[in-house]
Design a protein around this ligand. Structure first.
Ligand SMILES: C[S@@+](CC[C@H](N)C(=O)[O-])C[C@H]1O[C@@H](n2cnc3c(N)ncnc32)[C@H](O)[C@@H]1O
Length: 352
């Protein structure tokens, strides 16, 4: 063996950080579900006993949790007083569900995949799929909570204005379909922003559609914002001014079939807005922290989801613009362009 000790040490340093992060993930989910972050954010500096008292939890567990959080930089500790608190930045990211930097939803999503690991390993062996509906429910809720802050921050203010002529139509009164809508976060944000337009969200996953309906009622938009169980390949209705797919085209088994269906469902002057994970076209250009998040999520969620459906194209969550263009043009669209991007999202626009 010819091991370079410095190279090995560098790798093991990385491993310690990753191992800590892996254990940390479930603790973020626990802190989020038990309200520990939110209680810390409102209480200010707290002892473990005070935080346990405020949250109806057990001091010994909370003390250990706080120490792990402080070791990871998610909570701040003062040894002089033995108290813990959240800085403004930590509270913004950990205790405010709609802040653009909210992170517990992402951990809820990621930790859910560990619960399903055996199913995915079996799919590696058999080549079969694992449908979205076969996952732990934390995947559905975690996905919504991970993506919603980005939609609040970007959708109305920057993504829609980047599309040709779409905001004017929405302001005047347009018909919109949000396909693969999950819990309907994007659909409801759109309905709140454009009171003259009507919105319908479609998803094949019935439990998600039920959550979306309740959320629309709570948001006071259910008259103009409805939800139906339907597949991307055959959802009902024609003459839509805008059809939107948020982070779901690559999860579908037959994205070309979906594209062909969107084409016939759109008005002749309509727009298909596709939001997909940010990716470059070449693998080597995605070997970075964002690519690591998406390739790993894709292995555990998106690729098995696509494999579970007819055709089973398995685009993957790092398909890149060129592969997405192929899908859209194969579906019969003639115009396709990148409208805008963020570090996590590609926003694409297709026209008949
Ligand atoms: C990653 S989630 C995104 C959900 C939502 N658009 C969002 O941004 O929060 C992918 C969604 O696509 C849905 N989906 C997958 N294949 C589908 C298909 N063929 N037709 C309709 N929905 C589908 C799943 O049920 C899931 O809700």
């Amino acid at each position: 063996m010819n091991i370079n000790q410095a190279t090995l040490d560098q790798f093991l340093g990385r491993f310690v950080s990753d191992l800590g992060a892996t254990f940390h993930a479930a603790n973020v989910v626990i802190g989020d579900k038990l309200g520990l972050y939110k209680a810390l954010a409102t209480a200010g500096p707290c002892s473990s006993a005070e935080l346990a008292e405020r949250t109806g939890t057990t001091e010994r567990y909370v003390r250990e949790w706080l120490r792990g959080q402080a070791a990871g930089g998610y909570v701040t500790y003062d040894p002089a007083t033995d108290r813990y608190w959240l800085t403004e930045e930590q509270a913004f990211a950990l205790a405010q569900d709609d802040s653009p930097a909210f992170v517990p939803g992402a951990f809820q999503l990621a930790a859910s995949t560990v619960k399903d690991e055996a199913k995915i390993a079996e799919a590696f062996r058999t080549g079969g799929g694992v449908g979205w509906h076969e996952h732990h429910r934390d995947l559905f809720e975690g996905t919504e909570r991970f993506f919603r802050p980005g939609y609040i921050a970007n959708l109305v203010d920057s993504w829609l204005p980047a599309l040709d002529g779409v905001t004017a139509k929405l302001e005047a009164g347009a018909r919109v379909a949000d396909v693969g809508c999950g819990h309907g976060a994007s659909t409801i944000i759109l309905a709140q922003a454009y009171p003259n337009s009507i919105f319908v969200g479609f998803d094949y996953h019935e439990p998600s559609i039920e959550v979306a309906r309740k959320a629309a009622a709570e948001a006071g938009v259910s008259e103009r914002c409805t939800f139906q169980v339907a597949r991307a390949q055959d959802f009902p209705g024609t003459g839509y001014d805008l059809v939107a797919f948020f982070d779901c085209l690559h999860d579908m088994g037959d994205p070309v079939g979906a594209a062909a269906h969107v084409l016939q469902a759109l008005d002749e002057n309509g727009t298909w807005m596709i939001v997909e994970p940010f990716a470059h076209d070449r693998v080597e250009d995605n070997l970075n922290p964002v690519g690591r998040v998406y390739y790993n999520a894709s292995t555990l969620i998106c690729t098995p989801a696509s494999a579970s459906q007819e055709v089973g194209l398995c685009l993957g969550a790092q398909a890149g613009e060129a592969a997405l263009r192929d899908v859209v043009l194969s579906g019969g669209f003639t115009r396709f362009q990148r409208a805008t991007e963020t570090p996590f999202n590609l926003v694409l626009e297709a026209r008949p």
